[in-house]
Design a binder for this molecule. Sequence first.
Ligand SMILES: NC(=O)c1ccc[n+]([C@@H]2O[C@H](COP(=O)([O-])OP(=O)(O)OC[C@H]3O[C@@H](n4cnc5c(N)ncnc54)[C@H](OP(=O)(O)O)[C@@H]3O)[C@@H](O)[C@H]2O)c1
Length: 210
Amino acid sequence: MKIGIIGSGNIGATAARLFVGAGHEVALSNSRGGQGLEDLVGELGSKAHATTIEDAARFGDMVLIAIPFGKFSTLPADAFKGKVVIDTGNYYPERDGKFAELDKDETTSSELVSSHLKEARLVKGFNTIYFKHLATQGDSSKSLEERRAIFIAGDDSKAKEIVARLIEEIGFAAVDSGFLHEGGRGQQPGTAVYNKDVTAKQAAALLSAD
Ligand SMILES: NC(=O)c1ccc[n+]([C@@H]2O[C@H](COP(=O)([O-])OP(=O)(O)OC[C@H]3O[C@@H](n4cnc5c(N)ncnc54)[C@H](OP(=O)(O)O)[C@@H]3O)[C@@H](O)[C@H]2O)c1
């Protein structure tokens, strides 16, 4: 599969390494038109190249967004049309600036991203896992229930299935927390599952705790 990576820092670069390791092709991007990613591209080899955000989004059958959440409205929505999009973002007002509708809990960060990327098939995912755990804790030799959980939420069940398959390919287990509005809310900073290092088997208990 071709995967566009929007933002190639802690989460984007870690995911790109895992995706290439699983045999996928990645287009990496950052805020500088892909400049500064030469070492990462060199490390990843022929299955990776660096480009602009727009071209990375157009390249991917799937697109992973891993930029500071507050910048979401700068993304070129047209380029994400029809794509399965993984939104890894979390709202941190001190970093992202204040969003009144989030502070009042009227909506969630991923719903804002989804309204901006109107025609994307958005799945919230990879947002609860610390990037160092993502880098080291995948283990395809384990059964799905003994693997580390990566929580996903979204309204497009086919898109969630595609993301879940990718998660399994990189040695984790996808745990579906539900639709974007409620499930996604249950994956945000401060929730029971956020930044928790749990197996898929343990995950169900955490989800019901919220
Ligand atoms: N760190 C974690 O463990 C972790 C875990 C789960 C979820 N998250 C969430 O994932 C998102 C990314 O976090 P991170 O830790 O990976 O961040 P990071 O290491 O700071 O990397 C951010 C990346 O986004 C790019 N970027 C910044 N502003 C941009 C813009 N306006 N347009 C396009 N690209 C832009 C940066 O490009 P330049 O280098 O050119 O600035 C960089 O490649 C955040 O929402 C974070 O809350 C993080």
